[in-house]
Design a protein around this ligand. Structure first.
Ligand SMILES: NC(=O)c1ccc[n+]([C@H]2O[C@H](COP(=O)([O-])OP(=O)(O)OC[C@H]3O[C@@H](n4cnc5c(N)ncnc54)[C@H](O)[C@@H]3O)[C@@H](O)[C@H]2O)c1
Length: 361
């Protein structure tokens, strides 16, 4: 039975008025993960192997978590989408978020007129357990990481956190931005993510309760675990004097911020076309980062409501989705995801546009 088409503005207003209890009745998936089920780094790593108390990093280790799993299940103020510049959905985590949020997310994204690399834009979370989605566009690195790519990736994390603070949101989950299709090597990406977030929390700790690094690949889990163990090891006496995070990648400076650079949180690269080799979305989706996609585990099924079978969306399926720069195809692929157990693996004939539908009413 076709569902009544919801107007995203009305739906957004209604949902954002609800408290958590009422919101929970609206989640598409009932196996959501509440924040209190995600331990902080300190809670999870009470002591070192030799039993010594893990300290250092001051309050930061009480404000960050490492979580391996599907970001669409996390019940936080906002989850971050590694989006494409059109914001009209695609594959990977972008596909999973749109699929779990429903078509209102797509409709609101269309009203945003895209997003520049390194910048961030916010929408409602709709059917997700997260109240909001912050969409950010990472750099296309294709395994080439120059200063531009490092700065752009750092800007994704900084601008997302800025947007969180501007909207008085306090709990956020990040995927490993740009490390999938956009081909940013996992190690330097993790360095940049952890150092940028750490620097931001050090200057804004009263504005944030929790930052969750939500990894999906086993590779990333081990990279983040090692780096976070390093970052938060040390005596109380050296509080705030964390071990600097050097990339283990010899030819990478790890994106460590210059002293004082982290004061300017709104900085993102000037996109006036100065950077000829910047190749935003053209052909990027053909550069599927085969390594990352090969290792992908099955994304946990999104439990829709009872009468929908539990489609399993693997990164492979998501990654092989036809590029949906054509917004109608994306809309259809999200819509069909709401119908019983259909996961689009081929491009779908564009149906009527939103405007056509409205004309009919
Ligand atoms: N054909 C397409 O249009 C197409 C195909 C694949 C990906 N994409 C996406 O790729 C571009 C962004 O590249 P990217 O490397 O920043 O993102 P990405 O390719 O989605 O990978 C980013 C990270 O997210 C991880 N991930 C995947 N699913 C989940 C999940 N459910 N929960 C948590 N983490 C997850 C993934 O393993 C990787 O570590 C955008 O165009 C976006 O649409 C597009």
């Amino acid at each position: 039975m076709s569902k009544m088409k919801k107007d995203w503005k009305t739906e957004k207003e209604r949902l954002l008025r609800l408290d958590w209890e009422e919101r929970r009745k609206e989640y598409r998936c009932q196996d959501y993960i509440p924040l209190d089920k995600i331990p902080t780094w300190r809670e999870e790593n009470r002591s070192n192997d030799d039993g010594s108390e893990l300290t250092g990093g001051g309050g930061i280790s009480d404000k960050v978590s490492l979580h391996k799993g599907d970001i669409t299940l996390l019940e936080v103020d906002a989850i971050v989408n590694a989006a494409k510049s059109s914001l009209l959905g695609g594959g990977g985590v972008d596909f999973c978020i749109h699929k779990a949020a429903g078509t209102c997310l797509y409709d609101e994204c269309r009203s945003l007129n895209g997003c520049e690399i390194g910048k961030a834009k916010i929408t409602c979370g709709y059917d997700l357990p997260a109240r909001y989605v912050i969409h950010t566009v990472g750099p296309v690195a294709k395994n080439h990481v120059g200063q531009t790519e490092r700065d752009d990736l750092a800007s994704c994390y900084k601008n997302t956190l800025m947007l969180m603070a501007e909207n008085n949101l306090r709990t956020v989950a990040f995927p490993c931005i740009s490390t999938g299709i956009y081909g940013f090597p996992n190690l330097p990406a993790a360095d940049i993510a952890l150092n940028t977030v750490k620097n931001w929390i050090e200057h804004n700790s009263e504005k944030i309760t929790r930052v969750i690094f939500c990894v999906f690949l086993e590779t990333d889990f081990h990279i983040y675990k090692d780096k976070m163990s390093e970052m938060f090891k040390g005596s109380a006496a050296s509080e705030g004097n964390d071990v600097p995070m050097e990339s283990q990648n010899p030819d990478d400076d790890g994106g460590n911020e210059e002293e004082g650079q982290d004061q300017d949180m709104t900085e993102s690269r000037d996109l006036s076309g100065k950077d000829e080799d910047k190749d935003e979305d053209k052909g990027t989706d053909n550069d599927i980062n085969k390594e990352a996609v090969k290792e992908e585990e099955q994304a946990p099924a999104q439990k829709a409501d009872d009468n929908l079978a539990e489609p399993t969306v693997s990164m492979e399926v998501a990654a092989n989705n036809t590029d949906t720069s054509n917004d109608e195809e994306m809309k259809d692929s999200v819509k069909s995801a709401e119908e019983p157990d259909s996961i689009p693996t081929v491009s779908i004939q564009p149906k009527e546009t939103t405007e056509d539908a409205e004309k009919k009413e």
